[in-house]
Structures are given as C-alpha cells and as structure tokens.
Design a protein around this ligand. Structure first.
Ligand SMILES: [Zn+2]
Length: 161
C-alpha cells in the first residue's frame, strides 16, 4: 500500500470506530483492504470485550475469502491489535497489518479502566512467534493523533462503553 492508501484506510477505520462509539460500543474500528491497496472489502467496529473489531473482521474474512487471497490483503485498524486480534489475523492468514496508534498510547488513555485492561504484548512479538512473515506497518505518525482524539474523553466519562 502507498502512504496515501494507508492514511486513507486508517481514516476510514476511524470513521468505523466513531460509528461503534455512537452505537454505545468502544471506539475501535478496522477495515479489510483488498490486494489493490484501495478497495475496502469489509469493515467492523468493536462489539464487546471478547469481540474486538479486528478479531471479528478477521473471522469474517476467513469465512468469505480463501486463505491465499487473504495473504495479499491488509487488516487496517485504528489501534495496534491486541494479542487476541493479532492471533486471529494470523490464523485467518491475512498477510499485512496496519495500525494508526500503538497499544501503549491506548494504555495512556484508558489507564486501569476495568473495561479495557490492555494486554501489553506488541503484535510484532505475537507474529514473530509464528511460522509466516506477516508485515506490520504502524504506528503511522501522520494519523496517530486523529486515532487518539477519537478516544479522548471516552474512557474518563461515567459509564464508558
Ligand atoms: Zn483485540
């Protein structure tokens, strides 16, 4: 994907995150981008604490496209995927992961919020233990602040999520 395609897809994922938030869910969003780096095949916002946007999207991907095709696709997500989501992307055989802001930036926002006890395990470490080379791009400085802005205030307010 070109830098322009990456920022465009990240902004679309952030739109999905904002939609999830408007539905009363946590503000995370992800999109699956086709091998052309441009076409969005599917999008998914956060559902709940065990159905994160990225893992749910990876499962949808595995249900709808063959593994060799998904190897050429990209999972684009607003924040670095957690160990569960990275693992699901791995098993779905999605060849590339792009994220806007890193997990540590999220931890700084959520603190010890009971609904988001972040797992401090970088997705690159998860993939490094696997048997295939999944490309990881992120954080993307140009949009990281935008991704973070979506979360600003969310985790501090009463009854978040
Ligand atoms: Zn996750």
């Amino acid at each position: 994907m070109t830098p322009e395609q990456i920022t465009k897809a990240l902004r679309r994922a952030d739109t999905v995150a904002r939609r999830a938030m408007a539905m009363g869910r946590h503000p995370f969003g992800a999109v699956l981008v086709a091998p052309d780096g441009e076409t969005v095949l599917a999008e998914q916002g956060n559902i709940d604490t065990v159905q994160h946007a990225e893992a749910t999207l990876a499962r949808t991907a595995a249900l709808n496209w063959p593994a060799d095709y998904l190897w050429q696709c990209t999972l684009v997500t607003t924040f670095e995927p957690c160990a569960m989501c990275a693992g699901t992307a791995y098993w779905a055989n999605i060849g590339r992961v792009v994220y806007g802001a890193e997990e540590s930036a999220l931890l700084a926002l959520t603190g010890d919020h009971p609904e988001n006890p972040t797992l401090s395990l970088p997705c690159r470490e998860v993939f490094a233990r696997g048997q295939k080379r999944i490309e990881v791009i992120g954080p993307v400085a140009e949009v990281a602040d935008e991704m973070t802005a979506t979360h600003r205030g969310f985790w501090a307010r009463d009854g978040a999520g």
